[in-house]
Design a protein around this ligand. Structure first.
Ligand code: TGC
Ligand code: FAD
Length: 390
């Protein structure tokens, strides 16, 4: 970890501003100090380090693109991407905590909320005083969230919310949940549900082999009385949660690259130190092929992410462009993790090195925020004009 070198084979640093580089080095130092020394133990014990929530708030990892007047970072999308890259270099589960809070909780409150909601929730979420979660997926509606059953009805001075959500990152510790549910006409809306509301519970999901340092759970609603002022008023329909996913999926494109870089760098260093047949294994052509291909894929993905970030900054990034980047980054990261694992031989399966943990984590990353196949189908739709989902 001490010697971590992020590959920059095409001097992409020249495309970054001083601010981008400062943000990245601050986050890299933070990860090195606060995450890397402990992550293996947290993951082995399936422990969510709750104290990290405040620390993420202090270092500005929550809501980097949200305006500063609401406690956000007021930064651009390249800075946001670089922050996600550095956190996920540490661990995908830690990045999950940050991307859910910023892109999936603060973003909808900022974008679809009214002024009172923004003022009430955003500063506390930005500082890490409160932790949030995002409830879209249900037990029987994962890739097809439009079929959701969770619903609310008008009960005079409040709404009555019923249903359940599954696989929700941060749920067991969340103070606030942004929940997507259908009204009496079957229209999807976002509701802010707070811990402590009667009939609302968040059972923990146990026995994960992946994202073990991230807490995952369910959201269960049994006649929960949600005050009317907790409905997000400024957008409804499936497009509202999908807009949030655009932002989170973009962050994952950079994030997965961070995990890939960590695996590459670990394998590169190991290959120079490990001697077999009287020479470093890095001198063997087969190992060089692995390293050369890793560097090639990382470089291509870096350029995709950087360009997508500039499109985001101009407000021009499309959902299909985001799908391409998320799908590609996670795929190359998983391939790199598997190859790097082999390069370390037996040592690759231990917690002495980060690779097996990254590999297991990436099995969630390839599934959440739209599975690998769903992103392929979004691209297929874009290319042919024919949706293959239904
Ligand atoms: P479809 O008919 O295509 O669209 C429904 C309505 O939404 C509009 N729309 C968008 N609006 C804004 N931004 C976007 N990106 C939009 N994409 C679509 C669309 O125009 C339409 O509007 P209207 O007015 O005509 O109704 O919807 P579909 O039901 O056919 O579904 C398409 C599909 C399959 C691509 C979509 O459902 C999908 O992306 N499924 C994957 C679900 C998913 O990604 N779930 C993620 C859950 S959250 C999570 O995993 C967090 S993990 C985080 C962590 O820990 O880091
Ligand atoms: P399914 O939708 O049942 O898919 C199963 C398989 O079928 C997949 O391979 C899929 O690609 C394939 N498939 C589905 N439809 C089609 C089709 N039309 N054509 C071809 N193949 C298809 N959700 C949230 O709302 N909030 C969160 O915070 C959150 N955090 C998560 C954390 C973790 C650790 C995990 C694992 C998941 C999380 N999710 C969250 C849920 C995640 O978004 C879903 O798991 C994902 O969208 C897939 O849904 P599913 O698991 O129900 O799989």
């Amino acid at each position: 970890t001490d010697q971590f070198e992020a590959p920059d084979f095409y001097t992409i640093d020249d495309l970054l501003s001083e601010e981008h580089k400062l943000v990245r080095s601050a986050m890299r130092a933070f990860v090195k100090q606060e995450i890397s020394p402990y992550i293996e133990d947290w993951a082995q014990r399936a422990h969510f380090p709750y104290e990290m929530v405040r620390k993420f708030g202090d270092v500005g990892a929550f809501g980097p693109t949200i305006p500063q007047e609401y406690g956000g970072g007021g930064m651009d999308y390249i800075s946001y991407g670089l922050i996600m890259q550095e956190i996920e270099r540490g661990d995908s589960g830690m990045r999950s905590t940050a991307s859910v809070q910023g892109s999936l909780v603060m973003y909808p409150i900022y974008k679809f909320g009214n002024e009172a909601q923004r003022k009430k929730y955003l500063p506390k979420l930005a500082s890490g005083e409160w932790l949030g979660c995002f409830g879209l997926t249900e037990p029987n509606h994962g890739s097809n969230p439009g079929g959701m059953l969770t619903n609310f009805k008008d009960a005079g001075d409040h709404y009555l919310l019923n249903g359940s959500k599954m696989w929700i990152s941060n749920a067991p510790h969340a103070d606030v949940a942004v929940v997507w549910a259908k009204d009496e006409n079957g229209r999807i809306h976002g509701l802010i549900v707070e811990r402590g509301m009667e009939g609302f519970s968040t059972p923990t999901t146990h026995n994960k082999w992946s994202l073990r340092a991230s807490a995952t759970g369910e959201l269960v609603f049994q006649d929960v009385k949600v005050p009317k002022e907790n409905l997000l008023p400024n957008k409804s329909g499936l497009g509202a949660p999908l807009m949030c996913l655009d932002s989170a999926r973009y962050g994952i494109s950079w994030g997965a690259l961070g995990a890939a870089m960590d695996c590459y760098d670990t394998a590169r260093r190991y290959s120079l130190e490990r001697v077999q047949f009287d020479r470093p294994i890095g001198g063997f052509q087969l190992q060089q092929k692995k390293l050369a291909e890793m560097l090639t894929e990382i470089t291509k993905a870096q350029l995709v992410c950087w360009r997508l970030g500039t499109l985001f900054n101009e407000g021009k990034a499309t959902t299909a462009q985001i799908s391409l980047a998320k799908r590609n980054s996670v795929e190359i990261a998983l391939n790199i993790a598997r190859e790097a694992r082999q390069m370390l031989g037996g040592m690759g399966i231990t917690g002495e090195y980060p690779i097996m943990r990254h590999m297991a984590n990436l099995e969630s990353v390839v599934t959440y925020e739209g599975t690998h196949d769903i992103h392929l189908l979004i691209l297929g739709h874009e290319i042919t004009g024919i949706p293959a989902f239904k």
